[in-house]
Design a protein around this ligand. Structure first.
Ligand code: NAD
Ligand code: UDP
Length: 324
């Protein structure tokens, strides 16, 4: 099934998820073109892929048309990941985030349509907002504040989903929508503000763990290898989705802090900081659809995933950089 695709293009391929996806696509035998502007990703994430004979990197901002650029168009699979993803990043880049969700998605869809390629959008659990249904099924329409500080990301992704479905209906583009839930693992930026890199960095550098608000809000965190496996299963299927890709193991932010303290052996306190505006109070995917239609489910448990991530942050000198 995988081999029906030869040449995959990954927008946002120099980011955390995108670089891991590029690596797996190369492992599966595809030719891979990675397109990125380094808005939030880094050259380091793809440095080890640069010499691979089937890998090509093109620096390009996808809010600009690909026509006339160096971006390859002879592709048969397009993964559209380009977008700031952490609340700290998208609140620092609010207009860019809306533009990449709108213009970037349109350019990626147009490229896929012209090439006759399958298109996979990495949407997000944020389309459910602060959910009134729990766990979240794909049929739930969400509860999003359209003007709050998170809206630039949530609404950009909701628009991107609408645009993706419009390309399916109007042009017959072979599209798929993945609603990705919180994913963590190696290559997250230590300073991207997301909860797992924040807590691991704090634990490894002897600083208090900053639990926002009550700490009773929940997330369901998925190890990156599992998420990438879900994205590939969706790409290799004929499903349009949307399909939830996430780990249904739900835990509170406070519990996550306690797990990281226990796994790092750090003896630092947990401190309370002000809660984020419009912070979703609960989040947990219903993955019945992914299990039934893709045969996909996450395999890496919380402790194993956290241990691998902690080891990566420790190896990559987080303590040296942040203790100075
Ligand atoms: P990331 O910030 O590490 O990666 C995003 C990449 O997109 C970066 O390399 C960045 O430079 C690139 N980019 C941003 N704007 C661009 C533009 N205009 N042109 C070209 N490249 C651009 O974030 P991530 O966690 O790897 O997220 C990747 C995708 O997955 C995003 O679309 C995000 O919304 C989605 N997602 C991620 C998670 C998660 O928990 N990691 C959850 C849900 C959805
Ligand atoms: N969070 C926290 N301390 C931090 C960073 C985040 O308690 O240092 C909380 C944040 O308020 C939210 C949860 O952890 O309730 C997940 O935040 P993250 O930014 O990782 O993801 P998202 O809010 O997009 O799910």
């Amino acid at each position: 099934m995988a081999n029906r695709f030869e040449h995959a293009l990954v927008t946002g391929g120099a980011g955390f998820l995108g670089s891991q996806l590029c690596e797996r696509l190369l492992g599966n035998g595809h030719q891979v073109t990675c397109v990125d502007s380094f808005a939030t990703g880094t050259p380091d994430n793809i440095a080890h892929l640069r010499e691979h004979p089937r890998f090509e990197f093109v620096e390009h901002d996808v809010t600009r048309p690909v026509e006339g650029s160096a971006v390859a168009t002879d592709v048969d699979l397009v993964f559209h990941l380009a977008s700031a993803a952490s609340p700290k990043d998208y609140q620092r880049l609010p207009i860019d985030t809306l533009r990449v969700g709108a213009l970037g998605t349109e350019h990626a869809l147009r490229l896929a349509t012209n090439a006759g390629a399958r298109f996979v959008l990495t949407s997000t659990s944020e389309v459910y907002g602060d959910p009134l249904q729990h766990p979240q099924r794909e049929s739930y329409w969400g509860n999003v504040n359209p003007i709050g500080p998170r809206s630039v990301y949530d609404e950009a992704k909701r628009y991107a989903e609408a645009l993706t479905m419009a390309y399916l209906r109007e042009h017959g583009t072979d599209v798929a929508i993945a609603r990705v839930f919180n994913t963590y693992g190696p290559r997250m930026r230590a300073d991207d503000g997301r909860v797992i890199p924040a807590f691991i960095t704090q634990a490894l550098t002897g600083k208090p763990l900053t639990v926002a608000g009550t700490g009773e809000q929940t997330r369901s965190v998925c190890y990156v290898d599992d998420t990438v496996g879900g994205l590939l299963s969706l790409a290799y299927s004929s499903l349009h989705g949307p399909v939830n890709i996430g780990n249904p193991h739900e835990l509170s932010v406070r519990r996550l802090a306690e797990e990281i303290l226990s796994l790092t052996g750090a003896s630092v306190p947990i401190t309370k900081v002000e809660g984020a505006v419009d912070d979703p109070s609960r989040r947990c995917p219903d993955i019945t659809l992914a299990r039934a239609e893709l045969g996909w489910l996450p395999r890496v448990g919380l402790r194993e995933g956290l241990n691998r991530t902690i080891a990566w942050f420790a190896r990559n000198g987080v303590a040296d950089r942040f203790c100075a």
